[in-house]
Ligand binder design. Structure first.
Ligand SMILES: Cc1ncc(C[n+]2csc(CCOP(=O)(O)OP(=O)(O)O)c2C)c(N)n1
Ligand code: SF4
Ligand SMILES: [Mg+2]
Length: 238
């Protein structure tokens, strides 16, 4: 029989929209933290965005809301003070690659022993679906009603230039198989920090059906057929 989660009722209270990928990530992270016996020994800094909604759903560890984009810097300080804790960020693509790009780059370049998890849903979800640095060329958003005319930024080729970075992967939540794969990436990111004292990074391509004006299934299909062309999935380091 599958192991029962200790906090299902709290997870059920997480206020994400139906079909959103955020809740799947929160669930996976909780499972991995439990599996690895880190329930009483983790600290995380959450970005400003729909990830902020998770704070009420997590338990046993210390969660802080970082200033917008600053979660990697906040967690670097946490790790320095609590080296035995698993320390991680949970950010959106706008948080990590727009206002927080500086922190994202410097934490990786410094090989800071933290784990960075970024939900990439190709827009600013929480504030109503504006264009983000990850918005695809031609994508319709509330700030690009005739189609976005910029080019999306893929952070992974940049992170790959830092030879010392321990683990880099991109997963998604569009099927049971992909979710299982993503859970493996999360486990490896945790291990890289806790066993090797090195930086790890996992980006998660995630549906935002509300702002994409798609059904959950259409949103997953769009990720599989279109988004992954620009943001390829897989393990790139580690
Ligand atoms: C300093 C500052 N600038 C702008 C905002 C408005 N704001 C709140 S969340 C957000 C972006 C959220 O997008 P993302 O990080 O991609 O997270 P998502 O909600 O899509 O998961 C912005 C711009 C803010 N709260 N603080
Ligand atoms: S607005 Fe988008 S990212 Fe935010 S909870 Fe709803 S579906 Fe998820
Ligand atoms: Mg986003």
């Amino acid at each position: 029989m599958a192991k029962e989660m200790k906090t299902p009722e709290r997870l059920l209270r997480v206020p994400f929209c139906p079909g959103c990928g955020h809740g799947i990530f929160v669930r996976l992270m909780q499972e991995v933290i439990e599996e690895k016996g880190l329930s009483e020994r983790y600290i995380s800094a959450v970005g400003v965005g729909c990830s902020s909604n998770s704070i009420g759903a997590t338990y046993g560890g210390n969660i802080v809301e970082a200033h917008h984009g600053r979660a990697p810097s906040v967690t670097r300080a946490m790790k320095a003070l609590r080296p035995n804790c698993f320390v991680w960020t949970y950010q959106g693509d706008g948080d990590a690659y727009a206002i927080g790009m500086l922190e994202t780059i410097h934490a990786a370049n410094a090989d800071a022993p933290i784990s960075v998890f970024v939900i990439n849903n190709n827009n600013y979800g929480m504030t109503g679906g504006q264009s983000a640095p990850t918005t695809l060329k031609g994508q319709v958003t509330t700030t690009s009603p005739y189609g976005h005319d910029g080019n999306p930024i893929d952070i992974i080729p940049q992170l790959m230039t830092y030879e010392h970075v321990g683990y880099i992967a991109r997963g998604t939540v569009t099927s049971a198989a992909e979710i299982r794969k993503l859970k493996g990436y999360i486990r490896k990111a945790v291990d890289m920090q806790m066993n090797e004292n090195k930086y790890s990074f996992v980006e998660i391509l995630s549906p935002c059906p509300t702002n994409w004006h798609k059904s959950p299934i259409e949103a997953c299909n769009w990720i599989n057929e279109v988004v992954t062309q620009k943001f390829p999935l897989g393990e790139f380091r580690g």
